[in-house]
Design a protein around this ligand. Structure first.
Ligand SMILES: Cc1ncc(COP(=O)(O)O)c(C=O)c1O
Length: 485
């Protein structure tokens, strides 16, 4: 049966054929020409196919949430707050939900004024609203390379020009950022904002060092630039010390944060199905975000906002908030799954690839032999082996870079599926490498996995924080290194 990927899940219609599209072509706004589907969203449809092991989605594991608790809280909202739950709410969000957000931010070590919070329909809406508020066609955004694949179609839709700065194991190198800003300035261009995911970056899996965080906030102040700090994963740390948010560093620098727009979400610490996120922003920016949201959806769902408020009232017998206990449970589970994935990669990818070792979050970023194009590899992996991942190109605006990389989700997938999924991908990778070896006569034919793949010697094995695929840059001079780390 000839079905498109996006139609494969729920029996929805296949994409329109070219002749069908042509009929409407003249009606579409110019901005739609730059619009493209996020590969990640396309992959979401695969999660509904039981025959495919999907390591592609950005999924947390919602099976861990107790069904009785979900039912209890929902019935409580339904029975006790019927009219409120079924009514429109304020655009900026319900005060009871904002209180929960203040609590989550406090757990991130960040104090916020409830008056500077807006509740949104997922963190995704924050990215959209920030672009809607700040970006005219041709405006510049500076982002990491690779960047969040879900932001790529948003940036394209607003016709932004995105400068992507290649990361290393400490995240975005700020000296490189400054060089880019100097170049842009010489060209008479000024970025509207710098977009960064400092913790367990999606998709790179790396974390921005403290020194870089401090320097980034300094640079923003020196040059009067806004930062969009996207932080869905900060509380999902499996090892190492938590680092301060850019928002809190900005507040430290000037009394109140005035250059950082913070994006948070309940998606990864509770549930993405709620579709609830938030922004914390300087009031003039907040005001515009609010206007933009009015035009988008008037308000985020009161049903789920009240659910969150009820959830945050729950406490364990010893008084600890339930949400913090659940967070611990998620961290334990995801830590184990991360380790399962790293072990499976060692076994089945071996020398064919390098990959990041995230200290938290949901993703590993793997980079293969440069001759392998992971977009092609995905087609083969899906059809032949029933396994999916996000191809690296999805994380680059030009759709070309990142072609030999892939993003792998370990959090939303049971241990056995992680092992089996990585085994299957490893198999197609070896086939591809062998094929290149045969075609080019090169000696780099694929080595079989497991028993014959040598374990890295203990002293050579990268530490968990060591990122093999995103190495430190050699050209960085010693003086710069001191300043920048
Ligand atoms: C970096 C990043 N930002 C934003 C989002 C959007 O999340 P949501 O809209 O579910 O809050 C995600 C989701 O995966 C993400 O990884």
């Amino acid at each position: 049966m000839n079905r498109s990927i996006s139609g494969a899940g729920g029996g929805r219609k296949a994409r329109p054929a070219a002749h069908e599209l042509a009929r409407y072509e003249a009606l579409f706004a110019a901005r739609t020409r730059g619009m493209k589907s996020s590969a990640m969203r396309e992959m979401m449809a695969l999660t509904e196919r039981p025959d495919v092991i999907s390591l592609a989605g950005g999924l947390p594991d919602t099976t861990t949430f107790a069904p009785e608790l979900y039912a209890k809280l929902m019935s409580q909202v339904a029975a006790e707050q019927t009219a409120r739950a079924l009514q429109y709410g304020p655009t900026e969000g319900m005060a009871v939900t904002v209180q929960c957000i203040v609590e989550v931010m406090a757990a991130e070590g960040t104090l916020v004024d409830p008056g500077e919070v807006i509740v949104t329909t997922g963190g995704q809406q924050v990215i959209d609203l920030v672009c809607k508020t700040l970006i005219d066609p041709g405006d510049v955004i500076v982002a990491e390379a690779p960047t969040y694949p879900g932001a790529v179609p948003t940036f394209s839709a607003y016709q932004a020009e995105v400068e992507q700065i290649e990361m290393d194991s400490d995240g975005m190198p700020i000296d490189e950022l400054e060089r880019t800003l100097d170049r842009l300035q010489a060209e008479g261009r000024r970025p509207k904002f710098i977009y960064t995911i400092p913790n367990f970056q999606n998709p790179g899996g790396v974390t921005m060092s403290l020194a870089r965080r401090r320097r980034l906030v300094e640079v923003a102040h020196e040059r009067e630039l806004l930062i969009l700090e996207d932080n869905p994963y900060g509380l999902l740390r499996y090892e190492g010390e938590p680092l301060p948010t850019l928002y809190s560093l900005d507040a430290e620098a000037g009394g109140a944060a005035d250059l950082v727009i913070y994006l948070g979400t309940f998606s990864k610490i509770l549930s993405p199905g709620l579709r609830l996120g938030w922004a914390v922003a300087p009031r003039p920016v907040l005001e515009k975000l609010n206007l933009g949201k009015q035009g988008a959806d008037l308000c985020s769902s009161p049903v789920t906002q009240l659910f969150v408020a009820e959830y945050f009232k729950q406490h364990e017998g010893h008084g600890e908030p339930h949400w913090l206990g659940y967070l611990e449970q998620l961290k334990e589970l995801y830590r184990r799954r991360r380790d399962v994935m790293l072990a499976a990669l060692d076994e089945h990818f071996g020398e064919q690839a390098r990959w990041t070792k995230p200290q938290g979050g949901l993703f590993v970023w793997a980079t293969l032999d440069e001759r392998i194009d992971t977009t092609d590899l995905l087609a083969q992996a899906r059809e032949q082996e029933g396994v999916a991942f996000v191809p690296g190109r999805a994380a680059y605006m030009d759709g070309h870079r990142g072609s030999s990389s892939m993003r792998l989700n370990f959090a939303g997938v049971p241990d056995d599926d992680i092992r089996e999924g990585i085994r299957r991908i490893g198999k197609v990778v070896r086939e591809q490498v062998s094929l290149y070896g045969t075609l080019t006569g090169s000696s780099s034919a694929a080595k079989p996995p497991a028993e014959s793949a040598p374990e890295p010697a203990a002293e050579q094995a990268p530490s968990l924080a060591d990122v093999v695929a995103l190495p430190r840059r050699e050209q960085e001079g010693p003086a710069r290194q001191r300043k920048d780390r």
